[in-house]
Write a protein that binds this ligand. Structure first.
Ligand SMILES: [Zn+2]
Length: 328
């Protein structure tokens, strides 16, 4: 960050920093469906494809599965009423909004379980638990929320996308002078920006998080002349369709994905200018939210869509690979 000065703390303000936590969406529907379409392409003709089909309803595809976990969060997340199955999942998983991200400070070199910004149900831990759930493991140690195989498929189809969205792993925390700070458990709520949900582009309602969810993907679709997620998946695979091979234990595989996103999040903040004061902005719902205005560098449209291109392709290939790892 070039300039991050002059944050004032709203100690007595009624506007809660926590109130917006649920607005973290990760890749919008296009991004998630692109990831799923890449995976579906790479699973064609495999035993895993058949196993996945067996867990889906007749009318569902892996693309539908890729947005299930967002739709389970409620109407505003996918403009559809959650199904009874989603409502059951939400009722049985009161922390499910937190399954979609982790908030590692962007200054950290790597994801470390138990460090500030991580939780025992963050996106890293949830992916691991869903791999065991997909295998039918119901043990408290490996699958503490007792995800069923079908829920596990829905979770993986979505969260493998989420963990590749840079701002769903790397988070900016700002001190009283507006500079990036390594947060402590005590001040993380005051210093946190919720994955960029409190960073308002040009002081308007669009937040940096949403920019990475959707705008970067839409730009990429335009650049690739892709009108649908399937078309974008084909275009990305045309550049490099080599399947990935997952090596090492599950823990290190998933942490490596998070660490890449952490590095990408640092790129996402390069050249971003943050306002000198925290103030109140109207968010996309029209509610007032405390945050910072940010100005993006001129070439941000290109650099962000370049990063999104690599992250989406990796996510799709890795989704295919982890489903094979779990199911074959
Ligand atoms: Zn999500």
């Amino acid at each position: 960050m070039k300039r991050t000065v002059g944050l004032w703390r709203q100690t007595a303000c009624a506007i809660s920093l926590i109130g917006l936590a649920g607005s973290a969406l990760a890749w919008g529907a296009e991004g998630h469906k692109t990831v799923a379409a890449i995976a579906a392409e790479q699973l064609k003709g495999t035993a895993t494809e058949a196993r996945v089909k067996g867990l889906l309803h007749a009318s569902e595809t892996l693309l539908d599965a890729s947005v299930w976990a967002d739709c389970a969060k409620g109407f505003i997340y996918c403009h559809k009423q959650p199904t009874p199955e989603m409502q059951d999942f939400a009722a049985g998983n009161p922390d499910h909004h937190g399954y979609h991200y982790t908030d590692v400070p962007i200054q950290a070199l790597e994801y470390t379980a138990g460090s500030v910004g991580t939780t025992d149900h963050d996106v890293v831990q949830t992916i691991k638990q869903a791999v065991f759930g997909l295998q039918g493991d119901t043990s408290d140690a490996r699958n503490p929320h007792h995800f069923t195989p079908r829920q596990s498929l829905m979770i993986l189809a979505h969260m493998v996308g989420d963990i590749h969205q840079p701002l769903h792993v790397g988070a900016a925390y700002l001190d009283l002078d507006g500079r990036p700070v390594m947060p402590t458990e005590d001040d993380m709520k005051q210093t946190g920006t919720e994955g960029g949900n409190f960073l308002f582009i040009g002081g308007k309602s669009r937040v940096l998080h949403g920019y990475w969810d959707s705008d970067a993907v839409k730009t990429l679709m335009r650049r690739k002349q892709a009108k649908t997620p399937q078309a974008l998946a084909k275009a990305l695979l045309a550049d490099d369709d080599t399947p990935v091979v997952l090596e090492g234990d599950l823990d290190s595989i998933v942490i490596a994905w998070a660490n890449e996103s952490l590095a990408a999040a640092r790129t996402a903040f390069e050249g971003v200018v943050i306002s000198e004061h925290r103030t109140n902005f109207k968010d996309s719902q029209g509610d007032l939210a405390a945050g910072w205005a940010v100005t993006l560098p001129q070439d941000y449209t290109k650099t962000s869509s370049d990063v999104a291109s690599g992250r989406l392709l990796s996510a799709g290939k890795r989704l295919a690979a982890i489903l094979r790892l779990a199911l074959e």
